[in-house]
Design a protein around this ligand. Structure first.
Ligand SMILES: *[C@@H]1O[C@H](CO)[C@@H](O)[C@H](O)[C@H]1NC(C)=O
Ligand SMILES: *[C@@H]1O[C@H](CO)[C@@H](O)[C@H](O)[C@H]1NC(C)=O
Ligand SMILES: *[C@@H]1O[C@H](CO)[C@@H](O)[C@H](O)[C@H]1NC(C)=O
Ligand SMILES: *[C@@H]1O[C@H](CO)[C@@H](O)[C@H](O)[C@H]1NC(C)=O
Length: 615
C-alpha cells in the first residue's frame, strides 16, 4: 500500500507548513529554492533528452522515454521538487512571480507522484490506448465488390482503415469498420481509459491542484472552457451552413435510409467527408474537382528534406529571427533512420528545455514542407525564451498556433509565387476556392470534435458525469455541437470515441488542437492586418515583415512568466481572448458560396434530434 501512504505524507507536510511560524521562516528562502529547482529541472530533462537522442533506436521520444531505466530516478527527483515546492505556504508569499513559480513547481511531479508502481502501470495504460489504433485485429470487409488485389489479412485502424475511409464510397463498408473497431476494442479501451481518468484524479489530489487545472495544464484559467464554448457559438451559424450542404450531398449520394435530410449526419459518413477533404471522390468533387488543384507535390519535388528545413528557416529569418545555432545543426538535428512504415512520418521534437532536439523524417511532399514550418516554430520559440527559468519555460502551448499562422502564410499562392516554387502555375479564383473549400472542410469539421473530446474529458474528470453514462453523454454532445449521430443504435455500455480521441491523451492533445487551430487563424489575421493586406485574407503572405517578427518575439520571450491574456496581447493587441471571428473572416468566400448554394437548393439549415437510440 505504497501510494496512499505517500499521499498521507504529502498532506501532513502541507498541514504542518500551514503553521504560521514555520511558514514565516520559509518565505525568505523561496527565491533561492525556485532558482535551484529550475537548474535541477533543466538538468534532469536535458539528461533524458540526451540519452534518448543518442539512442540508435528509431523510436520516438515518448516511447524511449517510457523505457528508460533512468526515468525512475529522474521521476523521484521531480517528485521531490514537487514536494519541496508544496512546503511553501503560498498565502504568505507576496511576490507574485515567486508565488507563480512555486505553483508551477508544485506540479512538475505530474503523474510521477502516483508512486513508482502505479505510475508504471499508467504508462502501460497509455501505451495500450495508443495500440488500439495500430493493432492489426480487424477482419476485412467482405461485403464489398471483389477486388483482385485484396488480401484477407487483418487490418489496423491506422493506417489501413483510415485509408479505406479516404477512398471508399460504400456506406455499408464504412459502417462495418466503424462498428467492428469499436466492438473489438470495447473492453480494452474502457479498462485502460478509466484507469487513466482515475490516475489523473488521484495525482491532482496528491498535488493539491483542482483536477481540471491539472488536466488543462498550461491554460490554468477557470474561464477556459467557457472561452472554448464561446468559440463554438461564434462559428455555429457558419458551421450549420456547411453541415447542411454536406448532409444534402450525402443524402443524394446514399439516400434517405442512410442519411436523414433533417437530422444529424451519421458518424461514419461524417468521418468519410473529413478523410476525403483532399481526395478526388469527396462530396465537393462535382463543384471543385481535385484535378484542378495545383500540383502541390511537384512544387517541392526538387527538394530533399534538408532543403525543406532551409526553406522554412528562411521564412523565420525573413521575419527577423536569428538563425538556429550552428551547434544545433551539428549535434541536435538528425534525420530519422527510416521513414515510418506507412508513410506519414512525423518529426520527433524535444523542446521542454532550451536545449532542443529534432529528428526529422526524410519524406518530401508538400504537406511535409508545410509541417516543417510548424516544427521550426517550436524550435524558434524555445530559442526566444531560452533565458527563462524552467518554471516559466512552458508557453501555454502557443508554439502551436504560431506554427499554424506561419503555415497559413507559407501555403498561400502568393508566397509560393514569391519564393519561386509555383513559377509556371496560374492560380485562378476558382482554384483558390478549391483550396479554401478543402481546408475549410478539414478545419471546420474538426473543431467541434476537438471541443466535444475536451468536454468529455473534463466532465469525467470533474465528476460532472458518471462513467456509466459516458456513451450517452458523448452522443448528446456530438448531436448538440457537431450535428453528428451514430450510424446505428448503440449500447449505453459501449464507448464510441474515435481512435484519435486517445492519441497523446497525456498531453491533452484535443484541447491543444482546438487552441492551435482557433488561435492560429487569429494570429494570422492579426499579422495580415499589420501588413495592411488587401484582397482575400486567405491569400495573405506576411513573409519578410520584421514588425511581425518583433511582436512574435516579444510574446515568445515571455514564456509563461505573465498571465495568458497578457502574453497573447503582444500579438493580438486588444481583446486577447479566444474567438471564432478570424476563422470566419478567413473562410468568408466559402461561407458566401455555401449560403447561396443552400438557399438555391432550399435545404433545411440545422438538425433535429437523432432517431438513433443509445440503449
Ligand atoms: C464511387 O462511386 C462512383 C459513382 O457513383 C463510382 O464510379 C466509383 O467507382 C465509386 N468508387 C468506389 C471506390 O467505390
Ligand atoms: C424538425 O422537425 C420539425 C417538425 O417535425 C420541422 O418543422 C423542422 O423543420 C425540423 N427541423 C429541421 C432542421 O429539419
Ligand atoms: C465541476 O463540478 C462542480 C461541482 O462538483 C461544478 O460546480 C463545476 O461547475 C464543474 N465544472 C465544470 C467545468 O464542469
Ligand atoms: C487579463 O485578465 C485580468 C483578469 O483576469 C485583467 O485584470 C487584465 O486587465 C487582463 N489583461 C489584459 C491585457 O487584457
Amino acid at each position: 500500500m505504497r501510494r496512499p501512504l505517500f499521499s498521507i505524507v504529502i498532506f501532513s507536510v502541507i498541514a504542518w507548513i500551514n503553521d504560521v511560524n514555520a511558514a514565516a521562516t520559509k518565505q525568505s528562502d523561496a527565491s533561492k529554492f525556485i532558482s535551484d529547482a529550475s537548474t535541477r529541472y533543466y538538468k534532469l530533462y536535458n539528461k533524458i533528452a540526451e540519452e534518448t537522442y543518442s539512442s540508435a533506436d528509431d523510436e520516438d521520444f515518448d516511447t524511449i522515454f517510457s523505457k528508460l531505466t533512468t526515468v525512475k530516478r529522474i521521476a523521484a527527483e521531480l517528485v521531490t521538487i514537487s514536494e519541496e515546492a508544496s512546503d511553501y505556504d503560498l498565502e504568505n508569499i507576496r511576490d507574485m512571480q515567486v508565488k507563480t513559480a512555486l505553483r508551477n513547481l508544485r506540479r512538475v511531479g505530474e503523474l510521477f507522484v502516483l508512486g513508482e508502481d502505479y505510475f508504471s502501470s499508467v504508462l502501460i495504460n497509455f501505451a495500450a490506448l495508443k495500440e488500439l489504433s495500430t493493432d492489426k485485429d480487424i477482419e476485412p470487409y467482405l461485403g464489398g465488390a471483389y477486388m483482385p488485389d485484396q488480401d484477407d489479412s487483418s487490418l489496423a485502424y491506422y493506417p489501413d482503415i483510415q485509408k479505406i475511409f479516404q477512398r471508399s464510397n460504400d456506406s455499408d463498408e464504412l459502417k462495418y469498420y466503424w462498428e467492428t473497431w469499436r466492438e473489438k476494442n470495447l473492453v480494452w479501451s474502457s479498462v485502460n481509459f478509466y484507469t487513466i481518468i482515475e490516475a489523473f484524479q488521484k495525482a491532482a489530489k496528491i498535488l493539491d491542484i483542482p483536477v481540471l487545472e491539472f488536466w488543462f495544464r498550461c491554460y490554468n484559467n477557470k474561464e477556459f472552457l467557457r472561452e472554448m464554448e464561446r468559440v463554438m457559438e461564434d462559428i455555429k451559424p457558419a458551421y450549420k451552413e456547411l453541415h447542411a450542404f454536406i448532409r444534402k450531398e450525402l443524402h443524394e449520394k446514399y439516400g434517405g435510409s442512410v442519411v436523414n435530410p433533417r437530422g444529424p449526419i451519421p458518424d461514419h459518413l461524417f468521418q468519410q467527408v473529413r478523410e476525403q477533404a483532399w481526395q478526388a471522390n469527396s462530396v465537393i468533387e462535382p463543384y471543385f474537382p481535385k484535378a484542378n488543384l495545383p500540383p502541390y507535390d511537384s512544387f517541392v519535388a526538387h527538394y530533399d528534406a534538408k532543403d525543406m528545413i532551409n526553406a522554412a528557416e528562411n521564412f523565420y529569418q525573413s521575419l527577423g529571427f536569428d538563425g538556429l545555432d550552428k551547434e544545433f545543426y551539428e549535434k541536435q538535428l538528425k534525420e530519422q533512420d527510416q521513414s515510418a512504415e506507412n508513410g506519414d512520418c512525423r518529426a520527433d521534437i524535444f523542446d521542454l528545455t532550451p536545449h532542443v532536439y529534432m529528428k526529422y523524417c526524410k519524406k518530401v511532399e508538400f504537406r511535409k514542407f508545410l509541417q516543417v514550418h510548424g516544427y521550426l516554430g517550436r524550435l524558434h520559440y524555445a530559442k526566444e525564451k531560452q533565458n527563462l527559468p524552467s518554471y516559466f519555460f512552458n508557453s501555454y502551448d502557443l508554439e502551436y498556433p504560431v506554427g499554424e499562422a506561419i503555415i497559413l502564410s507559407a501555403s498561400t499562392p502568393k508566397h509560393l509565387q514569391a519564393i519561386g516554387l509555383s513559377k509556371n502555375f496560374e492560380f485562378s479564383d476558382q482554384i483558390l476556392m478549391n483550396r479554401l473549400f478543402r481546408m475549410g472542410i478539414h478545419t471546420m469539421l474538426n473543431i467541434p470534435l476537438y471541443f466535444v473530446h475536451t468536454k468529455v474529458m473534463t466532465d469525467l474528470l470533474n465528476g460532472t458525469v458518471e462513467i456509466e453514462r459516458i456513451n450517452k453523454h458523448y452522443w448528446e454532445l456530438m448531436v448538440k455541437y457537431a450535428g453528428v449521430e451514430p450510424p446505428s443504435d448503440r449500447p449505453e455500455s459501449a464507448i464510441d470515441f474515435p481512435y484519435n480521441f486517445y492519441l497523446d491523451m497525456e498531453e491533452n492533445h484535443q484541447t491543444k488542437k482546438f487552441v492551435s487551430e482557433v488561435l492560429g487563424y487569429h494570429f494570422y489575421r492579426s499579422f495580415c492586418e499589420e501588413t495592411h493586406h488587401k484582397g482575400y485574407l486567405h491569400n495573405c503572405d506576411f513573409y519578410g515583415n520584421m514588425e511581425i517578427g518583433n511582436s512574435l518575439k516579444s510574446m515568445m520571450s515571455l514564456g509563461s512568466s505573465k498571465p495568458w491574456n497578457e502574453t497573447l496581447v503582444r500579438v493580438l493587441g486588444t481583446n486577447p481572448s479566444l474567438s471564432g471571428d478570424a476563422l470566419l473572416a478567413y473562410y468568408t468566400p466559402m461561407l458566401d458560396w455555401l449560403k447561396a448554394k443552400n438557399r438555391e437548393s432550399k435545404v433545411k439549415i440545422g438538425w433535429n434530434s437523432s432517431q438513433k437510440k443509445i440503449l
